[in-house]
Design a protein around this ligand. Structure first.
Ligand code: SAH
Ligand code: SF4
Ligand code: F3S
Length: 455
């Protein structure tokens, strides 16, 4: 039989954070070993998987509305005599398995973020029991990482999950319920995966975890090691040029981790360290294990370790009980730290979390006003930093083709996007680029005249 006709195709749509992007790649690894190939569109796919996010109401609702559209595709394909399997993975599954069965009964299977290594069995069951949906949302005893096929680089820059889950229980957050309690992968397993990523083309690795700096994986002798140890080991890998880690919790920025920002040249001078609010009263109500001063002290130490380091953060406005005065303190911390990038959100009530039933919920109108004010301020610092890059020469790792032909898009050490007219051979390489112009969102540049170096 013609092989073309035989090969099954998959399409994965990813919602949410970088951990979900990583998980989607690992799901693709599994499907590849089962003989599936990637489809360019959902319409061309025999298997469509949504890897979902539950962090805010909007994120979760989007999953359900997009699922409705996918059902239409399934029906269109059925008219052409083609079968389509629809699966849901990720954090919505863990939190709302019953809702999925109710609101999207056409879903064939659902698997949580910790159980997708069982996909081969789940798919086999789906084919055996067509028409019946299969849901796997257990918090399994085994680690999925022991069962996944080998990971491969996804380009010059790859994600590598080293830690998963969270024990912090911030009162607004669903993550401890969707990703479970904190677990760390063993040191050797991480190093082996990093070596494979480098040998298949990665020059940059971004270590991921919901609370990445609380990493405490075992080494070969069974001794627990921290993130600083892991970073030092990774920095020894030939061929690996850039290391990042995200997302960190302020109270877990230990002195030896901070020292890595002084000692390790491969560690990029950019750190995402969410503060959420500048008000001690709100931080306490959020159950954050740090005060505003604790946070500022960590940043002071980081700047001492590496004066070139720049920060980014996450903010929530309109947490229950937030007054104008509390909000002013958030603006004040932005003015102190001068973040070069940031994500900011209106507080979103999540069922089952303590903040959802706190008194003094903030009106939607006020949340919106505060978000606008905060974002204007954040953008002003982001723009200022981008403009200050003009005229400088920076090493840029090219990650994608641009919209125009002959254009590539890459990233500076500070995660700024740079658009350059440059030969496509430079894709996945680090190249010195002279920055010629800047906007609030991105930079433009050209190959630096002096000694352009590709690595
Ligand atoms: N583990 C990371 C972030 C996880 S979620 C950390 O602790 O920093 C990413 C961001 O989403 C959070 O930093 C927070 O700013 C935001 N977020 C989480 N729950 C939210 C909610 N209920 N409403 C609004 N924003 C929320
Ligand atoms: Fe959520 Fe807080 Fe854990 Fe981050 S630290 S994942 S915000 S509970
Ligand atoms: Fe969303 Fe789950 Fe990530 S809730 S932000 S996909 S950990």
């Amino acid at each position: 039989m013609d092989k073309q006709v035989d090969t099954k195709k998959y399409y994965i749509k990813t919602f949410g954070c970088q951990m979900n992007v990583y998980d989607s790649n690992r799901i693709a690894n599994i499907l590849n070993t089962l003989g599936y190939e990637e489809a360019p569109t959902p319409k061309a796919a025999d298997l469509i998987i949504f890897n979902t996010c539950h962090i805010r109401e909007k994120a979760a609702e989007k999953v359900f509305s997009d699922l409705g559209r996918i059902y239409l595709i399934k029906q269109e394909r059925a008219l052409e005599g083609k079968d389509t399997i629809i699966g849901v993975a990720g954090c919505v599954v863990q939190a709302e398995d019953e809702q999925i069965a109710k609101r999207a009964p056409f879903v064939d299977f659902a698997t949580g973020p910790l159980t997708y290594h069982r996909l081969p069995e789940i798919l086999a069951k789906v084919y055996r029991k067509r028409g019946q949906s299969i849901i796997d949302t257990e918090f399994p005893a085994e680690s999925k990482f022991d069962f996944l096929p080998e990971n491969k680089s996804t380009g010059g820059c790859s994600f590598l999950a080293i830690q998963e889950g969270c024990n912090n229980f911030c009162t607004y957050c669903v993550v401890p319920y969707t990703r479970g309690i904190e677990t760390s992968r063993p040191v050797e397993q991480v190093l082996n995966e990093a070596k494979r990523l480098v040998s298949t083309g990665s020059v940059e690795i971004n270590l991921l975890g919901q609370n990445v700096n609380s990493y405490h994986g075992e080494d070969a002798s069974g001794k627990e090691r921290n993130l600083a140890y892991l970073l030092r080991k990774l920095a020894e890998l030939d061929g690996l040029k850039r290391i990042r880690y995200t997302t960190s919790y302020p109270a877990d920025m230990t002195d030896d981790l901070i020292a890595c920002h002084h000692n390790l040249d491969k560690l990029m001078p950019y750190l995402h360290l969410p503060v959420q609010s500048g008000s001690d009263k709100i931080l306490k109500a959020m159950n954050r294990r740090h005060t505003r001063d604790d946070y500022l002290r960590v940043i002071e130490k980081l700047y001492l370790a590496n004066p070139n380091l720049r920060m980014s953060s996450d903010f929530i406005v309109g947490f229950p009980g937030e007054t104008d005065e509390d909000f002013k303190q958030t603006l004040d911390i932005v003015n102190q730290v001068k973040y070069i990038q940031a994500f900011s959100f209106k507080y979103s009530k999540r069922a089952g979390t303590p903040a959802a039933i706190m008194p003094n919920q903030v009106e939607e109108k006020v949340k919106k006003e505060r978000l606008d004010i905060l974002q204007d301020l954040l953008f002003s610092y982001q723009e200022k930093f981008n403009l200050s890059s003009v005229g400088k020469t920076m090493p840029v790792l090219f990650e994608h083709k641009g919209r125009h032909s002959g254009q590539l898009i890459g990233r500076t050490p500070y995660m700024q996007n740079v658009h350059v007219e440059i030969a496509k051979e430079f894709l996945n390489k680090i190249v010195d680029i002279k920055i010629t112009s800047a906007t609030v969102n991105s930079l433009t540049g050209e190959l630096a005249e002096t000694n352009p170096k590709a690595s």
